[in-house]
Design a protein around this ligand. Structure first.
Ligand code: ZN
Length: 237
């Protein structure tokens, strides 16, 4: 087989190997990504609970202000009661007093109810914060593991890169740049074998002339249909 084609097949195989490293790194990081996603979700749950808790606190504050106003009102009524002269005025103030007391009872009940609600939200937030803590611990453990794997993959990657570099230096630079152009669109199917006289990239039939060129010629032959570089499978095997 012609020397240039042989080198190109080797380069194409090294490129395939180089491309396989990134998915391996991603695979190693997958577990970590899941944990990061979970962390984000828990954090947004905490945020929304904190929003609810804040609203409850505001409602408690409003009720407390109301209570304060009501007790001032009761004091005023008590002062007025001392000064009144008629039975009619007395009745009216008594009614006002009763109403204020009712409102105080209601506000106190409301504050108690809101406090119970607030506590339950705070408990829920604490549970979620604990979850975050555990998630972070898991993340740390996995990060260490991932780091080890990534380093291993990177070392292999470096080795393959240097193999490619050594080979590229020895090759005809025109052929290499021709191959790189095809690789831009054909990626890992830039150099393909012919099987049953069909291109291994686009699967179209190769005519007899091109087919015999691939088998006999010392030139780099491309598929007339798709432009990928062709080689004869049987010959390399
Ligand atoms: Zn083709």
């Amino acid at each position: 087989m012609n020397k240039h084609l042989n080198q190109l097949i080797k380069i194409a195989n090294l490129d395939k190997e180089i491309d396989s490293f990134e998915p391996r790194i991603q695979e190693a990081k997958k577990e970590l990504d899941i944990l990061l996603e979970q962390e984000e979700q828990i954090n947004s749950e905490i945020e929304s609970l904190q929003g609810v808790a804040k609203d409850i606190s505001l409602a408690i504050g409003k009720n407390e202000n109301h209570l304060h106003e009501l007790s001032t009102k009761l004091e005023e009524i008590a002062k007025k009661i001392k000064l009144i002269k008629t039975e009619k005025e007395h009745k009216a103030l008594n009614l006002e007093e009763e109403l204020a007391k009712e409102q105080i009872t209601f506000a106190n009940e409301e504050i108690a109810r809101l406090n119970v609600l607030l506590e339950s939200k705070k408990d829920a937030i604490n549970v979620l914060k604990e979850k975050i803590e555990n998630n972070k611990k898991e993340q740390q453990a996995i990060e260490t593991k991932v780091q080890g794997e990534v380093e291993k993959v990177k070392a292999e990657q470096k080795e393959v890169f240097s193999q490619k570099e050594k080979l590229v230096i020895k090759m005809d630079q025109k052929i290499i740049s021709f191959y790189e152009k095809i690789r831009k669109w054909a990626k890992n199917t830039s150099v393909v074998s012919i099987s049953r006289q069909a291109c291994g990239g686009c699967f179209m039939r190769i005519n007899d002339k091109v087919y015999s060129d691939v088998i006999r010629s010392d030139d780099i032959i491309t598929c007339p249909h798709c432009g990928r570089i062709l080689y004869n499978q049987e010959e390399t095997a």
